[in-house]
Design a protein around this ligand. Structure first.
Ligand code: FES
Length: 172
């Protein structure tokens, strides 16, 4: 029995996405990725996870486990802009914790508890700060991603300057 309690706005073209992946290897990851991309505020609402489990016959625990295991999946609505700070060893050694702390402080987001928080978003939904385990660009550490664009050898000063620009409506 399919769950009909979900609002259509939460599952934009989800049936089509699921159908495109039917029978393909790694289909769950692909479905989750596309569903998140298609969802307003780029996240995976609980109703969407339930719908995917129902339609793919994958246990909900497995769908939920996959969505929580990979850091690029969001279970909370994301801001219009995004900052992703790499917290891998190379970036950590070259000061990525300070980048994370400075950006969170500048945006007034409180405290980023790395063990618990996947992302923090400003109250006005303007920007989200997230972390990632590694961008695979360790030689260029510390690395961040801002609105999908990778920036290397980052400093706190440059990062804050980019955030200021973003807030003023400019391109970082
Ligand atoms: S540790 Fe940051 S890119 Fe690899």
């Amino acid at each position: 029995m399919h769950d009909t309690s979900m609002r259509p706005s939460e599952i934009p073209d989800l049936c089509g996405i699921i159908e495109r992946y039917r029978g393909k290897p790694g289909s769950l990851l692909g479905i989750l990725e596309e569903a998140q991309e298609a969802q307003e505020n780029h996240y995976l609402p609980e109703g969407t996870l339930r719908f995917i489990a129902d339609r793919t016959s994958v246990p909900l625990s497995q769908v939920y486990g996959t969505a929580t295991f990979y850091s690029f999946f969001n279970l909370k609505p994301q801001g219009k802009h995004s900052i992703v700070v790499c917290r891998g060893t190379a970036c950590h050694t070259r000061g990525s914790l300070a980048l994370l702390e400075e950006s969170v402080r500048f945006l007034g987001l409180g405290e980023f508890r790395e063990e618990e928080d996947n992302s923090l978003t400003t109250a006005d939904g303007f920007i989200s700060v997230r972390t990632v385990a590694c961008f695979g660009q360790c030689a260029l550490a510390p690395v961040i991603q801002i609105d999908g664009s990778i920036r290397s050898s980052m400093t706190a000063g440059r990062l804050i300057a980019m955030l200021r620009k973003l807030k003023k409506g400019g391109k970082p």
